[in-house]
Ligand binder design. Structure first.
Ligand code: KG4
Ligand code: ZN
Length: 344
């Protein structure tokens, strides 16, 4: 599919949760992608504290923009457009990035576009894969989302499955907490799992009879019970490997179902949990049987970042798909361009 993008340097800002991101893109190329993580700040509370996140964004956002400009070898006067995540997310956190974006756009008389965070994840593979086929299936797995989306084209999406409770990343993070690991714990669970036996503990799959749903709450309860029951005898490595195994298997089965029923073999894997190598392997195996291919962005584009917001902004500006309402800050918001809803 021939895609057109806004060709000139665009500054993108992402502050929807606990990463402050600033990036410069031109067309679909990423010239700089700076992320300042607040994970350390929130670690002591075991989760993101919205008020603390907003204040940390205030401190980090201008230095992040400056650093991105320096890396790209540009200054603010060479920027031709601005994009910012406006929804969904923590309202106080979003307000910081959006206020800065609006101020800069106003002062420099630049066009501005508000971007949906999930659309950023969905289109993030465009930055590195010129040959990304459409339609394809997208598995979004992060701390806030677990969704399977049919991507017919940019701005043409159909949500095929969502989690009815926890996101896959939350399942990893809660397991990490129960095993006494840090926050966010997905990467640490993966590290620990390398030396563990994935078949040691039997845990429930996240796939239910309903094809349009995933559910991780049963798994969370089972891990809690396992930790309580085994006490001192628990092998953390085996527990981590067993949890990782069941999460990866569940997601692979779900993808396999849609690849088979929809006849779409190409799949993108995006969001923070996409960094997990066991998940990539499991999906590759499932898809290969149907002659499909797995496309996964590099880690810096998988976890929350502003480059993916810039890609969406560049596509939207380049195609005149910009609405004033998109600048409204919203804690929850439907994915734009959703063709039919889940039950259809
Ligand atoms: O996309 P992201 O940075 O932020 C959200 O939008 O939520 O995703 C963060 C999530 C966290 O739950 C983190 O534990 C998980 O991604 N994660 C991983 C790995 N690296 C990050 N989960 C499993 N394995 C990993 N290697
Ligand atoms: Zn995200």
């Amino acid at each position: 599919m021939n895609l057109y993008f806004f060709p000139e340097p665009l500054l993108a800002i992402e502050t929807s949760c606990d990463e402050t991101g600033a990036a410069i893109v031109a067309g679909r190329r990423v010239l700089a992608n700076v992320v300042t993580s607040q994970a350390r700040l929130h670690e002591k509370w075991g989760g993101v504290v919205p008020e603390a996140a907003a204040r940390a964004h205030v401190e980090a956002v201008l230095p992040a923009i400056q650093e991105a400009l320096t890396i790209a070898g540009l200054n603010m006067h060479s920027i031709r457009a601005i994009a910012a995540t406006t929804r969904p997310g923590l309202v106080g956190a979003l307000s910081v990035g959006v206020s800065v974006a609006r101020s800069l756009a106003w002062a420099l008389r630049l066009p501005i576009v508000g971007v949906h965070h999930l659309e950023g994840h969905i289109l993030s593979p465009l930055a590195e894969h010129d040959d990304l086929p459409f339609p394809h299936l997208c598995l979004v797995v992060s701390g806030g989302h677990t969704e399977v989306v049919e991507v017919r084209a940019p701005d043409q999406y159909r949500i095929l499955a969502v989690t009815i409770d926890d996101a896959a990343g939350e399942a990893f993070d809660k397991t990490a907490r129960l095993l006494g690991l840090g926050y966010p714990g997905g990467a640490e669970v993966e590290r620990l799992a390398r030396d563990g036996d994935p078949r040691r503990y039997a845990l429930p799959e996240a796939v239910r009879g309903e094809p349009h749903q995933l559910s991780f709450s049963g798994l969370k309860t089972a891990v809690l019970r396992l930790v309580e029951k085994e006490g001192e005898r628990l092998s953390p490595a085996d527990a981590a490997a067993s949890v990782q195994n069941v999460i990866c298997r569940s997601l692979a089965r779900k993808i396999e179902y849609f690849v088979e029923t929809m006849g779409i073999g190409n799949v993108t894997l995006v969001g923070g949990v996409a960094a997990n190598r066991a998940l990539r392997r499991e999906l590759e195996k499932a898809i290969a049987a149907y002659g499909g291919r797995l496309f996964c962005p590099s880690p810096a584009l998988c976890t929350d970042n502003a480059a993916m917001i810039g890609i969406v902004g560049s596509w939207r500006l380049g195609n005149g798909r910009v609405a004033v309402d998109d600048l409204d800050i919203q804690a929850r918001a439907p994915l734009p361009g959703t063709l039919e809803n889940i039950s259809s």
